[in-house]
Design a protein around this ligand. Structure first.
Ligand code: PMV
Length: 326
């Protein structure tokens, strides 16, 4: 009863920030994302009578009690579905810094879900896996299906899941992730979601959502990169406006973040088709065309304060793999 899964992080172009149902973890709006090829989590889960309690370990990271409990709660969900009582050992590793807004909870809970379900002997389809992953961390449901993904907010737990809109090869774009901070953020996204209602701009954000979702889906369908990029960039700023104006205020951006934002506007004026998006952290995702990778990297390297660059292509979703971590 051992299985291992590899799950990508994902970057949302239309973001999930705030929930309409806290208990069921139903997001306030639908969201749209792309899986990232070079930032991922690998997790091995083994259920065995040999364990006297759940053992959870994250390679290269100290885990606090709260994080451990969140993982054990998820194992309980899997055990309930599989009707087993056996304890498990979980070993997990990320190939990127955790807790810096590179969606570590998304890849983490997607990998835990797929490995845990497989190890438990349960047979679930992609939709059921996405629903289960969502209960661990909302955005994790989007790391389950392949490529460009839509998460339908739904009106019940069973209707809130993600599905593929387009396969990974649909658009010739890359996500160049500029890392400016590797430290764990002070306010987690889990906490941030509960603060949205305190921002005076939150209502305006939600009321514009339907139209924005329709437009970005049309731009994706038409492979209209300019419209797609413009909507994505404005959406990221919209979400961060809500963050900065909630109570307490959340400032994820650093001076380096702002430096990149301003540079992107300049580069665009120089003719480079490039847009940014930012999750719950200071690191910046630069979205550009495959053929403009070199030009972007050359420019990016001139900016002060960049600690790392990761070039991501659109990727598959979460898959089981045969190499176990233990
Ligand atoms: O799934 P969570 O609770 O980590 O929330 C993710 C929130 C954002 O990354 C900021 C937006 C998103 O849709 O990925």
């Amino acid at each position: 009863m051992k299985a291992t899964a590899k799950a990508p992080a994902n970057i949302a172009f239309i973001k999930y920030w705030g929930r309409k149902n806290e208990i069921l973890r139903l997001p306030a709006n639908d969201s749209i994302s792309m899986n990232l090829s070079e930032v991922f989590t690998i997790t091995t889960v083994e259920f065995s009578e040999g364990y006297e309690k759940d053992e959870v370990e994250h390679i290269g990271k100290e885990m606090d009690k709260k994080e451990e409990k969140r993982i054990i709660d998820h194992l309980d969900r899997i055990r309930n579905l599989a009707k087993i009582k056996t304890f498990a050992k979980v070993l997990t590793k990320n190939n990127f810094p955790t807790g810096t807004g590179i969606a570590s909870s998304a890849s983490g809970f997607a990998a835990l879900t797929v490995a845990g379900v497989e190890a438990s002997g349960l047979k679930l389809n992609e939709r059921q896996l996405s629903i289960l992953a969502r209960q661990g961390s909302g955005s994790a449901c989007r790391s389950v299906p392949d490529g460009f993904v839509e998460w339908k907010s739904g009106s019940s737990s069973n209707s809130s899941y993600a599905h593929t809109l387009f396969p990974p090869g649909w658009l010739n774009i890359v996500d160049i992730l500029a890392i400016v901070e590797k430290k764990t953020k002070k306010i987690s996204s889990s906490e941030g979601h509960t603060l949205t209602g305190s921002s005076p701009f939150y209502k305006a954000r939600i009321s514009g959502m339907k139209d924005k979702l329709k437009k970005i889906k049309q731009a994706l369908l038409n492979k209209d990169f300019k419209t797609f990029g413009e909507i994505s960039e404005a959406e990221a700023v919209n979400m961060h406006t809500v963050m900065m104006t909630s109570c307490p205020a959340i400032y994820y951006w650093t001076p380096e973040t702002m430096r990149i934002i301003l540079s992107v506007a300049e580069w665009r004026e120089e003719g480079l088709p490039i847009y940014f998006t930012i999750d719950a952290g200071p690191n910046v995702h630069l979205i550009t065309l495959f053929e403009d990778i070199d030009k972007t990297i050359r420019r990016l390297k001139k900016i002060e304060g960049i600690k790392g660059i990761i070039i991501n292509k659109p990727a598959e979703g979460t898959k089981t793999i045969n190499t176990h971590l233990f």
